[in-house]
Design a protein around this ligand. Structure first.
Ligand code: BES
Ligand code: ZN
Ligand code: ZN
Length: 498
């Protein structure tokens, strides 16, 4: 989607559709919507009076203007209650607006910045959210459809602002919004690929393309290299599959930066559960088990474009988890790269095994703090549902920075505790650790397991099992991979920059 910002009058700038908004309960539209209402001789006011337009969140009303004003159509998007409206709301309504215009075949639209007027949001933040919501909303994964292909899309969005003083802030917000949103959509494309077209080697090739295009360093470790290094945890997960594993290492280096943060993303291209095989219902969703890896690859790409003064490492352990004849088995004891030994209780807790070795390796490569992103536990989905990512960590400062980054990026996170006494659940009779605890507090024991490998390096874990993909389409976005994590990680790198 092409984004432009211009100074002008919204009623005059020609377009296929102009997007304006209305808060719930407003009887006389003000601001930009008021100007459009006056130009249309009170038509919006009449629709409000008749009860047809209420301003409920995500309510869509499309009005044809019969060439009375510049835009051919006016789309009034409901913003809901003014006191509840925030940047999450801006993203949602922007997505809803472009998705409903797409269905009407509109290819080009003008918009005001929602929420910056009576909504009281900072104009730069609101513009960033508007652009992000619009680009994310316009994404439609239909590359595998040969019929019923819905190829229409809003290809061009022009933000129109009357006040010239506000233009630089809108441009700045729109610029970062577009960078992050395009990275999010590319992460979604990686996530949506079925596992027959998204093996560990293919994921590594895609990462290589990203690295070449955006100027990142890349190194891809193959099985032989992993064996030399002693990455037995990662290798064990992979050994039941015909597909060889990869460890993708991306590097963003900022001249003069002294600090290095490491992002580690679970890149499990298909999780059958292995010998501890999963039930068949919903197993197709396990192609999304590499969404943490996709988020890390695309976060590094956004970082390469935004150029913060900090070094960023991106590590993606990539593997399939399959029950082949060479598969690792319950009861096996594995010596991880760190030297710690783990007794396998279930082969379905494979993500933490791969992450254990990747976290150890990230520290060896010089990461001074770490964030991992992983579709790690069903328990997290039970606890938080599909809107909140579970976060936990060993360092308050890093946790706070991550929470603030998530909120400015439009991702919802909720913290779990990491009580040391729960570590008893991971005690093994034969090895240093078991790879699972009891059925209680599974998201937390997953986090505690990873902490054993992060050791004293400040570390935060994001469990995106519930947020990585949407089973159903929503008014503001398509079904499938969501690209969660990209925005938070990119924003964190910016926040931690020197
Ligand atoms: N990939 C799954 C977690 C998952 C569940 C992701 C639902 C997305 C949606 C992970 O590898 C897994 O199987 N976890 C186990 C852990 C358990 C054995 C401790 C789980 O959640 O059941
Ligand atoms: Zn998994
Ligand atoms: Zn699993």
């Amino acid at each position: 989607m092409e984004i432009r910002v211009i100074q002008g009058s919204i009623t005059e700038v020609p377009s296929d559709a102009l997007i304006v908004n209305l808060f719930e309960g407003v009887t006389a539209p003000g601001g930009a919507t008021g100007a459009v209402d006056r130009a249309l001789e009170g038509l919006i006011g009449e629709l409000i009076e008749s009860g047809e337009v209420k301003g409920n969140l995500n309510e869509v009303t499309l009005i044809h203007t019969h060439a009375e004003i510049g835009p051919k159509r006016v789309l009034v998007i409901g913003l809901g209650k003014a006191e509840e409206f925030d940047l999450f709301g801006v993203r949602k309504v922007a997505g809803t607006a472009v998705r409903s215009l797409r269905k009407k075949g509109v290819r080009e639209a003008t918009s005001i910045v929602h929420g910056a007027g009576i909504g009281g949001l900072a104009i730069e933040d609101a513009a960033r959210a508007l652009v992000q919501g619009s680009i994310v909303g316009s994404y439609q994964p239909d590359q595998y459809k040969t019929s019923d292909k819905d190829s229409a899309a809003v290809e061009k969005l022009t933000i129109v602002e009357r006040d010239g003083d506000k233009i630089p802030a809108i441009q700045a917000g729109a610029g970062t919004g577009a960078v992050v949103a395009n990275a999010i959509n590319d992460a979604r494309t990686l996530g949506n690929e079925p596992s027959n077209n998204m093996t560990p080697s293919i994921l590594a090739e895609r990462a290589r393309e990203v690295a070449n295009r955006f100027g990142l360093e890349i190194e891809v470790l193959d099985e032989a290299r992993m064996r030399d290094l002693g990455m037995n945890a990662l290798l064990s997960v992979a050994q039941g599959s015909a597909q060889p594993p990869r460890l993708i290492v991306l590097k963003y280096k900022s001249p003069g930066a002294n600090r290095t943060i490491g992002f580690v993303g679970k890149g499990l291209t298909f999780d059958s559960g292995g010998i501890s095989i999963k039930a068949h219902e919903g197993m197709e969703y396990m192609k999304f088990d590499m969404c943490g890896g996709a988020a890390v690859i695309q976060a590094l790409r956004a970082v390469a474009e935004l150029k913060p003064r900090i070094n960023v490492l991106g590590l993606v352990p990539a593997s399939e988890n399959m029950p082949g004849s060479a598969a690792y088995k319950p009861g096996d004891v594995i010596k991880c790269l760190s030297g710690k030994t783990v007794e396998i209780i279930t082969t379905d807790a494979e993500g933490r095994m791969m992450l254990a070795d990747a976290i150890t390796y990230a520290k060896r490569l010089g990461a001074q703090s770490l964030v991992d992103v992983a579709t790690l536990t069903g328990s997290c989905v039970i606890a938080l549902g599909n809107d909140y990512t579970g976060v936990m960590g060993s360092d308050r400062e890093l946790l706070r920075a991550l929470q603030e980054s998530a909120s400015s990026a439009g991702e919802k996170v909720w913290e779990f505790p990491l009580p040391p006494e729960y570590k008893d659940q991971l005690k093994s009779e034969i090895a240093d650790l078991k790879n699972v605890g009891t059925k209680y507090g599974g998201a937390i024991t997953g986090g505690l397991f990873l902490r054993e490998f992060a050791e004293d390096t400040p570390w935060v874990h994001m469990d995106i099992a519930g947020t990585a993909y949407a089973e159903k389409e929503e008014p503001y976005r398509a079904a499938g991979a969501t690209g969660v994590g990209v925005g938070t990680l990119a924003s964190l790198a910016m926040r931690l920059a020197e």
